[in-house]
Write a protein that binds this ligand. Structure first.
Ligand code: UDP
Length: 251
């Protein structure tokens, strides 16, 4: 399987539909694996966080969740077909799970939020087997209990929405215990689906400005983070890709 390497991360060259086909194949064959959606901020976090980087390198599937990554893939003449987002995958996975009668477990966000996502999915997909859901606020002992609950639920698909890298650490630590075939971390997607936070308008997504929209909603918390990761990304793009310096050339 050929992957496209960008600044040290290898991306599967898939559309959302292709990613869904791969997931469907994996679960149908009773195999196990997890998918990571990587955006610019996560790509930069990987460079400072070896644990996060290892987790993503170990993923069965890695997709690009950001327009700037699509632009870079075109620049290096290995174009990725489109961005694949966690928010979209939640809906599509529920549809797939309903069709195949696979149980889904939702884990993350506040209890009222995840309950609202569960209700919404049950309304849209009435025959969906919702194996269970629970919030994403717990300590180390709570994590073990959550993993046990997921296993006992018999779910085949686990969707975790606890932010990065919290959700990755949680999946990594408990991967053997969940008993699911497929897991995915979807960051703050449950908040978006429940309407607690808004998704950037389409034109902002197309221009790679999703981060600006998120920052406008929570400037105090997010401005510093995105200024840092975006400028680091631009710097590394020129250094390692345009000028080919360093050992992580994007080709
Ligand atoms: N969240 C969670 N458990 C935690 C912290 C956060 O489930 O211990 C949820 C939070 O409710 C939200 C999502 O993770 O739905 C993303 O949170 P946040 O925006 O704080 O994460 P970030 O994107 O900043 O990493």
């Amino acid at each position: 399987m050929s992957r496209v390497s960008i600044l040290g991360c290898d991306f599967d060259s898939w559309s959302t539909e292709q990613a869904l086909d791969e997931i469907q194949g994996l679960v149908s064959r009773d195999e196990k694996g997890y998918l990571c959606t990587v955006n610019v901020a996560i790509l930069m976090m990987m460079r400072a966080d070896p644990r996060l980087a290892n987790f993503i390198h170990g993923a069965k599937m890695v997709v690009a969740d950001g327009q700037p990554l699509i632009w870079v893939s075109r620049y290096i003449k290995k174009p990725l077909p489109e961005r694949v987002t966690g928010v979209d995958l939640v809906h599509d996975l529920a549809e797939m799970a309903e069709k195949n009668q696979w149980g889904v477990y939702l884990l993350g966000a506040e209890q009222a939020v995840v309950a609202s996502v569960a209700d919404g999915l049950k309304t849209t997909f009435p025959n969906l087997i919702l194996s269970g859901y629970s919030d994403g606020y717990f300590d180390a002992q709570g994590a073990k209990q959550r993993a046990e609950t997921v296993r006992e639920s018999g779910a085949k698909i686990l969707i975790v929405a606890m932010g990065v890298p919290r959700q990755e650490y949680f999946i990594e630590e408990n991967w053997q215990d969940f008993g699911v075939n497929f897991a995915i971390g979807v960051g703050g997607s449950f908040d978006v689906i429940a309407g607690v936070t808004k998704r950037a308008p389409l034109w902002m997504q197309k221009f790679g400005l999703e981060w600006l929209y998120r920052t406008s909603q929570e400037p105090r918390r997010l401005l510093g983070r995105y200024v840092k990761t975006n400028s680091q990304f631009i710097y590394l793009f020129f250094k390692e890709i345009v000028f080919g310096l360093g050992n992580k050339k994007g080709s």
